[in-house]
Design a protein around this ligand. Structure first.
Ligand code: UDP
Length: 162
């Protein structure tokens, strides 16, 4: 019941997190997943894929005119990406905070980018920046049937339901 209540109040969200090709090459997939698991979020979708130019032009549709866009596409298509959908209370904003600012030079220690990366063009991970953005991106990267609704048994420990 509490879970349903949270869903109706808009507290439980989903977000897209993706380990970019440099993160996969550097074997950071496990530790990035672990950070989200430890925080208490629920994994509802996970896959490894080679991103296409078409997918990226939709995903980064606000950036296609930027001078760095061709390099961004080269980077994002340089190897596999591990795409995930995480669910939980306030997960969109929390994941942005866990990931850190776009430019790793500005990312505090303790964030994924602040701990694992140096340069804006090789910043290891993606996380959606708004609830609406997350919905759009999840639809781009995942088919509905690839997302699982399942009950996480520690829910009563990570959520105060009143
Ligand atoms: N990016 C870049 N140079 C820039 C700005 C962005 O290479 O000057 C890349 C970087 O990989 C970043 C991605 O483009 O993560 C998307 O940029 P956005 O501003 O959406 O940042 P994000 O949401 O990833 O923090």
């Amino acid at each position: 019941i509490g879970y349903l209540l949270l869903s109706f109040t808009g507290g439980v969200e989903r977000t897209l997190v993706a380990v970019k090709p440099d993160g996969v090459q550097r074997r950071y997939v496990g530790q990035i997943i672990q950070r989200f698991e430890k925080r208490g979020f629920k994994l509802v979708g996970l896959k490894m894929l080679q991103a296409s130019d078409g997918l990226l032009s939709q995903h980064y549709r606000e950036l296609v005119k930027k001078p760095f866009y061709p390099n961004l596409v080269d980077y994002m298509t340089s190897g596999p990406v591990v795409a995930m959908v995480w669910e939980g209370l306030n997960v969109v904003q929390s994941s942005r905070r866990m990931v850190g600012p776009t430019n790793p030079a500005e990312a505090p220690a303790g964030t994924v980018r602040g701990d694992l990366s140096l340069h804006v063009s090789r910043n290891v991970v993606h996380a959606s920046d708004s609830v609406e953005g997350a919905e759009r991106e999840i639809k781009l990267w995942f088919e509905g049937k690839e997302l699982l609704n399942w009950e996480c048994y520690d829910h009563s420990l990570t959520y105060k339901e009143d």
